[in-house]
Design a protein around this ligand. Sequence first.
Ligand code: NAD
Ligand code: UDP
Length: 318
Amino acid sequence: MHHLLRKRIAVTGGAGFLGSHLCTRLVEEGHDALCIDNFFTGRRDNLSHLMDYSNFELMRHDVTFPLFVEVDEIYNLAAPASPVHYQKDPVQTTKTSVMGAINMLGLAKRLKAKVLQASTSEVYGDPEVHPQTEDYRGNVNPIGIRACYDEGKRVAETLFFDYHRQNNINIKVMRIFNTYGPRMHPADGRVVSNFIMQALQNQDITVFGDGSQTRSFAYVDDLIEGMVRLMNSRDGFTGPVNIGNPNEFTILELAQKVIHLTGSSSKIIYLPLPSDDPLQRKPDITLARKELGWEPVIQLEEGLMKTIEYFDRLLGKR
Ligand code: NAD
Ligand code: UDP
């Protein structure tokens, strides 16, 4: 890579599922990648393959506190993403989103750096518009058990746009839809990792509710490609932009697919649906196609096979 194109790039939440894939991509491209993480849900193991690279650095830091480093770009991914984990300490979840955004935007302001926010389809709440377009304002319960995450992420978007308007910060806001793949934590609690871990061990598959609620699942490699394209998109394009795979499945269909692909003898059991669980979710990705020339290329069965292989190896190591 040409020396002038080599950038110093910070990734908050870089030890987590998405962050570790992003750090890997940036290191492979020859950039200086600085991973910032407090290991709340992330793990050093996710980054062990990068430790010997001179262009990779790992820093233990909580983004709710100010950060003083020198970089050209910031990807702000710090925030637990699984409902199980973000509901464990909901006050900390809101703090991480809000204080984390303020601190990273302050850093970007001082450095005149570009900053990308990992926002979420959760800003649409339990959506009444289907599929979701970026101009839909959402249906979030401000006092429910998901609010610490949803409202935290909504305020973070507000802060990004206010810093942009007030201080001319170069922002990129990405609304990420359900993403899965290798390096998800086996006890992460999200549906894909739960179902695969259960199926591989022939345990009951825990479907919440009647399984008729839908999600649209993106494979991690597609997601990271969209994220990097957004960071490198034309000046003045701020988003928000949906990044996800528009192929929609019911949770029951997902359970059946996982059982089939693993050849498991697991049975499906039905547990109560958690409150405020969105009934349907599917991204409209027209804007990403137009602005980023991006669309997902890995469909569910192929992505599930790669993810099953990963968890199978992980179980073998135990
Ligand atoms: P993850 O839980 O695997 O990773 C989050 C990382 O952030 C972890 O390494 C964690 O230790 C770190 N972190 C949490 N609080 C922190 C703090 N205060 N200071 C520093 N580090 C902190 O989750 P993920 O799936 O990799 O998600 C990454 C980002 O993408 C999150 O912001 C999430 O909201 C967003 N997102 C993910 C999905 C998805 O399906 N994976 C969907 C929508 C949005
Ligand atoms: N879910 C489920 N069984 C599980 C975990 C999740 O049926 O063991 C359901 C959950 O109720 C939701 C969907 O799967 O409807 C996706 O849940 P996840 O926690 O992965 O992410 P969400 O999109 O809800 O944030």
